[in-house]
Design a binder for this molecule. Structure first.
Ligand SMILES: NC(=O)c1ccc[n+]([C@@H]2O[C@H](COP(=O)([O-])OP(=O)(O)OC[C@H]3O[C@@H](n4cnc5c(N)ncnc54)[C@H](OP(=O)(O)O)[C@@H]3O)[C@@H](O)[C@H]2O)c1
Length: 252
């Protein structure tokens, strides 16, 4: 069995809001969509590939005007790409198109595709330098940008995301889309939680003016839990693991 993961950079659109249109295309949209299609096309050529596990994102579910009404979100929900365009949510726009394209290629070519849909990934550093979501957390804790994202979304521990990918690849009953997300919260709530436990850091204290990705909603992970994924780590624990790791490795 061959494991194929489409991993593309620039997670989290909130750092790109001052970027002109051509810059979104070159830095976010093209790499995400073309990167995903390149992996799927290569898998199509390689007859030895039995299953492809693609990493999508919970932002591909929640960015739609009616998100509150249709909650709790499940595997049948999709973000609305027109809504994403109206609100400059380019990462979400690209990830949504990329996942839809992956399903199209898989159906056309008979690839056994399973898609893991994690929310914002939190936990200890697994690499020498913080990668995308951990860089965002560090920036917020250190207060270096001037504001925190006006985003409400799910959060999930990296260990749960790893387990979800192994399950998606190895469990024969796994199929379709699989949401992997613990608690939904706004960044203002995360900052309040962290300030109480770790008051020594400066933290961002102003909310970004970016609109469109702060709508109340909830997300259900029951499909993957029923497949055998253990109970998801709490918000408290995932951020404790993250901060401890930042401290141990000298980033905080
Ligand atoms: N982090 C999250 O909170 C989160 C949440 C939901 C979904 N996801 C999804 O999970 C996947 C991984 O995200 P991540 O946060 O781990 O991202 P990341 O930390 O930014 O890592 C991206 C990885 O992609 C590789 N990469 C970037 N551009 C590439 C290119 N043009 N060609 C080949 N490889 C390239 C990088 O390789 P190098 O190391 O060689 O630079 C890096 O290893 C993405 O699909 C993302 O959308 C992430």
């Amino acid at each position: 069995m061959l494991w194929a993961l489409a991993r593309v950079e620039l997670n989290g659109g909130f750092f790109t809001e001052h970027c002109p249109a051509h810059c979104h295309l070159a830095k976010v949209i093209d790499p995400i969509i073309k990167g995903t299609l390149n992996v799927l096309t290569s898998c199509k050529k390689a007859s030895s590939v039995k299953r492809v596990v693609l990493t999508s994102s919970s932002s591909c579910l929640r960015c739609r005007a009616d998100v509150q009404q249709v909650s709790p979100l499940n595997e049948s929900h999709w973000s609305d790409t027109e809504y994403c365009k109206r609100h400059n949510l380019w990462y979400t726009y690209a990830k949504t198109i990329a996942e839809k394209e992956a399903w199209r290629v898989a159906e056309e070519s008979g690839i056994n595709l399973v898609v893991v849909i994690p929310s914002f990934v939190v936990g200890p550093l697994l690499t020498p330098q913080p990668t995308s979501s951990l860089r965002q957390i560090l920036t917020i804790i250190k207060g270096v940008r001037g504001d925190y994202p006006n985003v409400r979304g799910g959060f999930v521990h990296v260990d749960d995301v790893v387990d979800a990918h192994i399950l998606a690849m190895e469990e024969s009953k796994a199929s379709g889309r699989l949401i992997c997300s613990s608690t939904v919260a706004h960044w203002s709530e995360i900052i309040e939680m962290l300030k109480t436990k770790y008051p020594i850091y400066p933290y961002e204290d102003k909310c970004s003016s970016q609109e469109g990705d702060n709508n109340p909603h909830s997300i259900g992970s029951s499909k993957i839990l029923q497949l055998g994924l253990p109970a998801l780590t709490t918000l408290d624990q995932m951020f404790d693991d993250c901060i401890k790791s930042f401290q141990q490795k000298g980033f905080l």
